[in-house]
Design a protein around this ligand. Structure first.
Ligand code: MRU
Length: 359
């Protein structure tokens, strides 16, 4: 099933809030509905919200279809602002809306004779489809580059959901796991449940089970125990933003895992496409951290688990400093420290990455 698809003037999204119990679709026909779907996590995961926002820009263009061209660019700039504000940490959102806005500006400049914006909306739809297709291809390439990092019989720990549901398909952190499994390698995945939103328990466990990849679900607090027992060979997580010095933002709890990995001598890998790399920010302290509602911590699946009146903190992401990261797995290859130079090189497509092809 397509979890993000374009259906005649609207986006259809698989409601990830309901998985794995229920499979239901949500239709978004206005920019406001797209913003609400991203904010309420009907769709989540950095590349997936970028793809969704790209279609949101198509909807914005359609709203101006009968109007003169300059109106479209004005409306698209407003829509970008609204969409970018839906969730602040993942850079893929602003990356995708910026790409759509630039595309619209170029298209409008090249087609100055057009009376209305109908053609612009059609062209933007093509660009949104291209962003989806490219994201899927990037994830598959991350799989090819990352799979050799997993040892034979490897026991891999992952956090949150950086799988197909979090991308256009195939995933980032789950991509090397999928590729190694598809190549017949024996593999086992420790899945952190990922409190408070349970992306691990609900989504990663669901995806791995569908692909028949062996997994064991653990609570977040069990990760240290299994590392101490020598039962974790490597950790692979996704990222919401990778900045110039190699610091990364990812789901709350990621930083703790990286510290534990270092303490136990376990490689800690971050898998992310170049659309997640933001060289404009110098280090992780500049990344905005989304603060979500207290109720997402005090309640689980609608059931209150804390006393009345208790306030819970809920930073949705944390920053892992670059010195704890063994390597970054991108679609262009595996990137090692010093990240301030290797990330610039990978963004400029220079062959300064070390990647190994699977035998
Ligand atoms: O709050 P979420 O579920 O959107 O957080 C998702 C993550 O932190 C993922 O690890 C990240 O976006 C990478 S997804 C390929």
């Amino acid at each position: 099933m397509n979890h993000i698809s374009w259906q005649t003037n609207a986006i259809e999204l698989l409601d990830q809030r309901l998985l794995p119990q229920r499979v239901e679709m949500v239709r978004c026909a206005t920019v406001g509905e797209v913003v609400a779907a991203i904010r309420s996590m009907v769709v989540r995961g950095a590349p997936a919200i970028g793809c969704t926002a790209a279609y949101g820009m198509v909807i914005a263009a359609q709203e101006t279809a009968g109007l003169p061209s300059p109106m479209a660019l004005k409306r698209l700039a407003e829509a970008k602002h609204e969409l970018d504000a839906a969730r602040p940490t993942a850079v893929n959102l602003a990356w995708a809306t910026q790409r759509m806005l630039l595309f619209a500006a170029e298209f409008t400049a090249q087609h100055s004779g057009l009376q209305t914006n109908t053609e612009l909306a059609i062209a933007l739809l093509g660009e949104a489809h291209a962003i989806m297709a490219e994201d899927l291809a990037m994830c598959q390439a991350i799989g090819s580059h990352g799979a050799p990092l997993i040892p034979v019989g490897g026991r891999v720990l992952t956090h949150c959901n950086a799988g197909g549901l979090a991308t256009a398909g195939y995933g980032t952190a789950l991509a090397p796991i999928r590729t190694a499994h598809a190549a017949g390698r024996s593999i086992h995945v420790w899945v952190d449940e990922t409190r408070p939103y349970l992306q691990g328990a609900r989504l990663t466990a669901y995806e791995l089970q569908q692909d028949q990849i062996p997994l064991t679900l653990i609570t977040d607090s069990m990760a240290a125990y299994f590392m101490q027992q020598g039962q974790v060979d490597c950790i692979i997580v996704g990222a919401d933003r990778v900045v110039a010095n190699g610091d990364i933002a990812n789901k709350i709890g990621t930083y703790g895992l990286a510290v534990l990995a270092r303490a136990h001598g376990i490689p800690f890998y971050v898998a992310a496409p170049t659309s997640t790399i933001d060289l404009a920010l110098p280090n992780g302290s500049a990344i905005p951290i989304e603060q979500r509602s207290s109720a997402e911590v005090t309640h689980m699946s609608g059931v209150q688990i804390a006393p009345d009146g208790v306030h819970a903190a809920h930073p949705a992401f944390d920053i892992t400093p670059h010195h704890l990261i063994s390597a970054l797995i991108t679609e262009r290859g595996v990137v090692y420290a010093p990240y301030d130079t290797s990330l610039t090189a990978v963004m400029n497509c220079e062959p300064a990455t070390k990647s190994v092809n699977m035998a």
